[in-house]
Design a binder for this molecule. Structure first.
Ligand code: GTP
Ligand code: MG
Length: 195
């Protein structure tokens, strides 16, 4: 997909602040620091639009990026960020659940996992939860630039097995460094927003 127009359209912490324009939405999910904001930037060719950081917990609100007046990417705060104070963590949890649980225009969640590691307990819980609510998930194994190509398939197998991935959910390779997988991920997203 050729991205010609991008806007950080809405920053939300509650329902009233979600966009009123009914474009299809694709939300990003994954543990803190896995690379959600970097993924968005690479997909839309804007280096610093979604704020990234080496310190986990950078994204703390629901950030809606409007793309080509056609869809929204929703950058969501990462889970499993232990250093944040508990009340804050609980508030984020509620904010994310409220959004994911009943958003009719949500077409799929891109759940990012780190290709290098077996899925964490939080990764597994999140995926289970999304499946419980029957939300289509596009699993994206990111940071593939960090391990040699010859090991990719082996790592993908571990992710697939540990998450108990359902057959209908795709699992794709990605790198925000090299843009590996970008076209395939766009094709997949387009499929979900048309259905
Ligand atoms: P939170 O907002 O805290 O939830 O984090 P996030 O998931 O948005 O992560 P972010 O995009 O801020 O990236 C975290 C760190 O990982 C940054 O230092 C990025 O440069 C790095 N990073 C992200 N994606 C990749 C990738 O594909 N390859 C490599 N090598 N580094 C990456
Ligand atoms: Mg982020």
């Amino acid at each position: 997909m050729k991205v010609t127009k991008v806007d950080l359209a809405h920053v939300a912490v509650k329902r009233e602040q979600y966009p009123k324009t009914r474009y299809p939405e694709i939300a990003l999910s994954g543990r803190s620091n896995v690379g959600k904001s970097s993924f968005i930037n690479k997909m839309i060719n804007r280096k610093g639009l979604a704020r990234t950081s080496q310190r986990p917990g950078k994204t703390q609100t629901l950030n809606f990026y409007e793309i080509n007046e056609q869809l929204y990417f929703v950058d969501v705060p990462g889970y499993g960020f232990a250093r944040a104070p508990k009340p804050e963590r609980e508030a984020w949890g509620r904010m994310i659940e409220n959004y994911l649980e009943d958003r009719e225009v949500l077409k799929a969640v891109v759940q990012l996992v780190d290709l290098r590691h077996a899925p964490s307990a939080d990764d597994k819980m999140m995926y289970k939860w999304l499946k419980h609510f029957e939300i289509p998930v596009i699993l994206v194994a990111t940071k593939c630039d960090k391990i040699p190509k010859g090991k990719w398939q082996k790592h993908l197998k571990i992710i697939e097995k540990d998450l108990e991935k359902v057959e209908s959910d795709p699992l794709l390779l990605f790198s925000s460094e090299t843009a590996q997988g970008k076209e395939q991920v766009w094709k997949t997203i387009q499929y979900y927003i048309q259905n």
